[in-house]
Design a protein around this ligand. Structure first.
Ligand code: ADP
Length: 334
């Protein structure tokens, strides 16, 4: 049931590369972020200097990596891609930084997971375009300051709250990515359908968009599943009926809930009278790890207004009851 995970599966990376928007004008939605970024990039280009370091924050699958690549493309500069967990040793980061070309973009995904020594090296690099290379060991060790080329760091994080203050302060521009509206996802889907050569009708696009949890990555993935269905069981055309039938096969319902989401809500409502109940108990009831329930299911259930987190535990809202075809008790939250 990985259809609705906002995180990319390794096997889908190639498909993702095909569907990635290349320029700011191809990037759908996020109008504020687009406008702000446009100004940052154009201002820097007029001054002939690299733009401020950019922090992109928001849930997975909303286009952070795509935007980083777009920033490099708009600047006409190369991009070097790495991630916080990959920068365990400060030496690896030092090597990368000292190899940067003038004006290059360095993208660090999951930057909140960077190890402390590497993070501290980044402070100086971001501020003064310098790294201190430590030579030797023990009491005889000396640190040699090394100049590096002016560059632009683009950091991405799903949890801007867990970034340290000093790191956050060194980004000149922070963009908060929001979940996409249904019409924006329809636009993403129309674009992807054109690239993939899928005969996607307006009502089909609306149907897929409504089940995509506000996330372009999920929309594109569902489009590929629907395309398979349309080609195997139909004539390739994707309209509302085809999209519905296809997504039923994959257990993705009208609101974008999958089997596990519905199991969680079902247990909450049927076994615990709608709550409140602790997440650990709820996880046992559906046979899952508490972290899976907490990190995979709950964020969307909360956002979709079906589950409330209270100090006493999880509570099903009136919408959850009605989505399961049941009558909500009078005290269920709205
Ligand atoms: P993140 O880095 O935030 O996890 P990505 O940039 O990897 O997200 O985006 C995942 C996929 O979703 C991309 O391959 C791209 O096809 C699609 N996508 C994301 N944002 C947009 C957008 N604004 N317009 C069009 N496609 C998008």
């Amino acid at each position: 049931d990985a259809q609705l995970s906002p995180v990319a599966e390794p096997a889908e990376r190639d498909d993702e590369a095909t569907l990635r928007p290349r320029l700011l004008t191809e990037f759908v939605g996020q109008p504020r972020v687009r406008e702000q970024l446009q100004l940052v990039l154009e201002g820097a280009q007029r001054r002939g200097a690299p733009p401020d370091h950019v922090l992109l924050s928001g849930p997975p699958g909303l286009g952070k990596t795509s935007l980083a690549m777009i920033i490099a493309a708009e600047l006409g500069r190369p991009i070097r891609i790495t991630s916080g967990p990959a920068l365990e040793r400060a030496g690896d980061l030092a090597a990368m930084l000292s190899n940067l070309a003038e004006g290059e973009v360095m993208f660090i995904d999951e930057i909140h997971r960077i190890a402390r020594p590497a993070e501290e090296m980044l402070y100086l690099a971001m501020e003064d375009f310098r790294v201190d290379v430590v030579v030797g060991k023990g009491p005889g060790a000396t640190s040699i300051p090394l100049e590096i080329a002016p560059f632009t760091l683009v950091g991405a994080t799903t949890r801007s709250g867990s970034l340290t203050g000093p790191l956050r302060d060194r980004f000149g521009f922070t963009a908060h990515m929001e979940f996409y509206a249904a019409e924006e996802l329809e636009q993403v889907l129309r674009r992807s359908a054109t690239i993939l050569g899928v005969d996607l009708r307006a009502d089909g696009a609306a149907e897929v968009a409504g089940r995509s949890r506000g996330t372009p990555r999920i929309a594109n993935r569902l489009l590929r599943r629907v395309r398979d269905y349309a080609e195997v069981r139909g004539d390739g055309r994707v309209d509302r009926a085809v999209a519905r039938a296809a997504l039923e096969v994959y257990d993705v319902d009208e609101l974008g809930l999958d089997r596990l989401d519905r199991a969680v809500l079902g247990a909450l409502v049927r076994s615990f009278g709608g709550g409140p109940v602790g997440v650990a108990t709820l996880a046992v009831a559906v046979g899952e790890e508490p972290t899976t329930v907490e990190e995979v299911c709950e964020p969307y259930l909360v956002r979709a207004g079906m589950l409330a987190r209270t100090p006493r535990g999880r509570v099903a809202t009136a919408l959850a009851w009605s989505h399961l075809g049941l009558t909500a008790p009078a005290d269920a939250p709205g």
